[in-house]
Design a protein around this ligand. Sequence first.
Ligand SMILES: CCC1=C(C)/C(=C/C2=NC(=C\c3[nH]c(/C=C4\NC(=O)[C@H](C)[C@H]4CC)c(C)c3CCC(=O)O)/C(CCC(=O)O)=C2C)NC1=O
Length: 169
Amino acid sequence: MRDAVTSLIRNYDATGRYLDRDAVDTLKAYFDSGMARVQAANVVNANAASIVKQAALTLFEQVPELIRPGGNAYTTRRYAACLRDMDYYLRYATYAMVAGNTDVLDERVLQGLRETYNSLGVPIAPTVVGIQIMKEMLKAQLAEAGISDPSFVDQPFDHITAELSEQDV
Ligand SMILES: CCC1=C(C)/C(=C/C2=NC(=C\c3[nH]c(/C=C4\NC(=O)[C@H](C)[C@H]4CC)c(C)c3CCC(=O)O)/C(CCC(=O)O)=C2C)NC1=O
């Protein structure tokens, strides 16, 4: 598992370089947004349950077939599995957001996920919609909490949805 600093050092070490201007700029951007990332983690911690629940309700409003007979989130067990997955995405996105690196997502979340979803018939398109709804809800809450530029939130959520959506070649 890597973060913004260890991945940069790894790249420079691989070619035996000192940290040059580009490296310093990258590090500076990461540290400059550091307090905001930590503050964002705090907002997630205080609101995770309601973000997951509200985002799921919004998703089921937009795609009501999911919770009707024949839908993948129909039955209490599958409904609960869907909310649990949303909770995983929010929690791991927060780890990646603090790390400033998506490595944790590749290692712990995305590996084999598409295959699992395909074999269980879990539809990917509405999952992506649900993840994007959580992202927007979180950004709105961060704006309310006074974080003026919550753009660092995009990377982890967009990484999950891009990897999930990727077509097999
Ligand atoms: C931490 C990393 C991690 C992830 C990401 C993860 C996902 C994950 N989601 C699963 C199932 C599932 N995932 C969903 C999710 C949904 N169905 C819908 O219609 C919606 C679109 C969507 C919610 C937004 C459902 C309903 C199941 C159960 C499917 C079934 O058993 O038939 C399964 C199969 C095993 C199980 O049911 O627990 C896995 C492995 N597990 C992990 O350990």
